[in-house]
Design a binder for this molecule. Structure first.
Ligand code: GAL
Length: 347
């Protein structure tokens, strides 16, 4: 090619580049989405929020607000975002009953809403069409937890295996509950006990502690329980992994885990090993399952929920249509994501 031609194409290329830059800078700005987390110190929520932000990619800008467990603070942040006229609100409420006011407020400015993790009352969600909930059905996690426990104790309620350490055919357990009144905490606790009973197991609850989803609280409150009940305890059931990890730290501190068979690791083949079971599937929990301290967990699939939230956001922002929407929408409001059991040996 002659050099004059080369120069021409070079110049042409530069011109095209400048033009597209100009068009881009004139293009409409990206939609603005505001996300409100109840508390980013909660490791499940922190990882959930970062998964949402990963899934969103460059579809819209995402501003995250941390309410640090204060509904008052969350209301202030919400008010500001609504005033500024953001295009969509993603809300993990501190108190699920606050949803009523939040929805009324958003509706006045016609800003659609997606709630997640803490489910508002159905009557509140019904207040306005552009309101959705993405989450999981707590009862499913309770049933899966009970099934993991049943299989660990041999599956036959009439004849428990050696994990029934005092061989009385009953399972002596201590339970750690999340926040009082929180839907997941209430349903997981009663659901676990009821499912065990329905399956025919004789569960003796030695103690039920409320530890507010929190690791340090579970560590603190479990100390006196191990001191009082000692070797009577055959099972620790927790409403989430974070509290289970707190209890495990306590158990390690008082030397409840010992490699009695000297195979170089702690596991359920060691005599005196006490099973601990959680819910969520935190990365740290998976590591402790591999290491043998945590028996199992039930994955509260935030990764899939994050995908659902990102896809639903795109629909509500007019970036995609409902056609081929990859998640079933129940009652035009709910996207339900399944829990999954996870323990060593399970995929
Ligand atoms: C639950 C989760 C808990 C805690 C709680 C906060 O679904 O299992 O670990 O994060 O949500 O609302």
């Amino acid at each position: 090619m002659k050099s004059t031609n080369l120069a021409f194409f070079g110049l042409f290329g530069i011109l095209i580049g400048m033009l597209s830059g100009l068009i881009l800078s004139c293009a409409a700005p990206l939609p603005r989405v505001a996300l409100f987390a109840y508390n980013l110190e909660d490791p499940y929520i922190a990882s959930f929020v970062s998964q949402i932000s990963d899934q969103v990619g460059n579809s819209f800008t995402l501003e995250t607000y941390d309410a640090r467990n204060s509904q008052v603070l969350q209301n202030e942040d919400l008010e500001l975002a609504v005033k500024e006229g953001v295009d969509l609100l993603l809300v993990n409420p501190v108190d699920r009953l606050s949803a009523y006011g939040i929805i009324q407020h958003a509706r006045e400015r016609d800003i659609p809403l997606i709630f997640f993790n803490r489910e508002p009352l159905a009557t509140d969600l019904a207040l306005w069409d552009s309101t959705y909930y993405v989450g999981a059905q707590a009862i499913q996690s309770a049933v899966l937890q009970a099934e993991l426990v049943a299989s660990l104790f041999g599956g036959n309620p009439q004849s428990l295996n050696l994990f029934d350490r005092n061989a009385d055919n009953r399972i002596q357990a201590i339970l750690f509950k999340g926040e009082q009144g929180h839907q997941d905490a209430e349903i997981r606790t009663t659901g676990f006990v009821e499912t065990m009973t329905t399956m025919g197991f004789d569960l003796e609850v030695l103690a039920l502690e409320v530890a507010n989803w929190d690791r340090a609280e579970a560590y603190d409150t479990s100390g006196p329980l191990f001191a009082n009940f000692g070797s009577q305890i055959e099972l620790v059931v927790s409403n989430n992994d974070n509290m289970a990890l707190g209890v495990i730290s306590r158990m390690r501190q008082i030397s409840l885990f010992e490699d009695t068979n000297q195979n170089g690791r702690v596991d359920q083949d060691d005599s005196g090993w006490i099973p601990v079971i959680g819910i969520d599937g935190l990365d740290e929990a998976v590591i402790q399952i591999e290491e043998g301290y945590l028996y199992g967990t039930v994955v509260n699939d935030s990764n899939r929920m994050a995908t659902a939230i990102a896809e639903l956001s795109r629909v509500l922002l007019g970036q995609r249509s409902w056609e081929d929407f990859p998640f079933p929408l129940t009652n035009e409001k709910y996207i339900w994501i399944d829990y999954l059991p996870f323990s060593r040996g399970l995929p």
